[in-house]
Design a protein around this ligand. Sequence first.
Ligand code: SF4
Length: 350
Amino acid sequence: MKMTKTKGKMPKGLYIHIPFCKSFCPYCDFFKVKMDEELCQKYTEAVVKTAASYALDFDTVYFGGGTPSVMKSSQIVSMLDAVREYNNVDSDAEITVECNPSSDIENFIFNVADAGVNRISLGMQSAVDEERRLLGRLADRNRVEEVIALVRKAGIENISVDVMLGIPKQTSKSLDETLKFLIDMGVLHVSAYMLKLEEGTIFYQRQDELDLPSEDQVCDFYYQTCDTLEVAGIKQYEISNFGLKSRHNLKYWNCEEYLGIGPYAHSFIDGKRFYFNENLEKIDDGIGGTEEEKIMLGLRLLEGIDVSDKVLEKTKKSSDLREYINIEGSHISLNRKGFLVSNRIISELI
Ligand code: SF4
């Protein structure tokens, strides 16, 4: 059954979670499973079956993980085929696959590009080999460079690279090396996230031995990243994202609808939020699209959001909040200083 586009309804985003990794990074607390060929095949079949149980309109598809590039390209393609067969995917849909540059992924990239994937997100974290090694990342800088060239050769220009701020031993100089590398490589999008020490991870247990930069240094790294990328024309549009906007991720921040397939993939459909647990049981997660939620998500965007008179009043009254918030009519947005303490600001507003 192939659905025709529902008149008046915005197309949704589709997120497909691939929970497999070849090895585990010492800072990661995501749900993940050691890569196993048989499991990957069974998982592909389960995703195909789930995709066939929906009949929705999508204009973005995002394969995230875990590490989608540990799958066979034929498995990614069969998931994508099933999505297209039973749902309606826009002809100009943004289709992203997250890849780990350490994998042997030449054929993978060419095959998924042939199947319509038009955006690749690379988990680089740092262009400094020692920093990458400390993070458990196996590819060296030359390999990252080769993979970027390979992605372009496959006809995909929309390349996003992840960068991490607050890595053990990171300095302003080493961060500059990473940012210059990305600028020289001409990548169109950068995601820059701060390392968080999550309980239960190796980094959490060994934090005293790690030679981590101080909190103030990490704040300076954030400003350095924003400034350096801005000068290079890779402009910030969200707390942690820069450059050519990710159409898929914008759906989350704009409180638009999306379907998530896979363990701990979240969905927002018809005003309701839900997710699947690791046994793929559906768990209700309440009502979505409330004003609180719109503030929480929308204030991550540089452009900000329109708010109610009540929230506006609260913002205007507090001299503390005004230090971090720009106000224009009924529209508010966080400044860079505000981005660094966004959780506190948002919880004061809602
Ligand atoms: S590759 Fe990604 S999901 Fe897998 S362990 Fe490393 S950080 Fe976690």
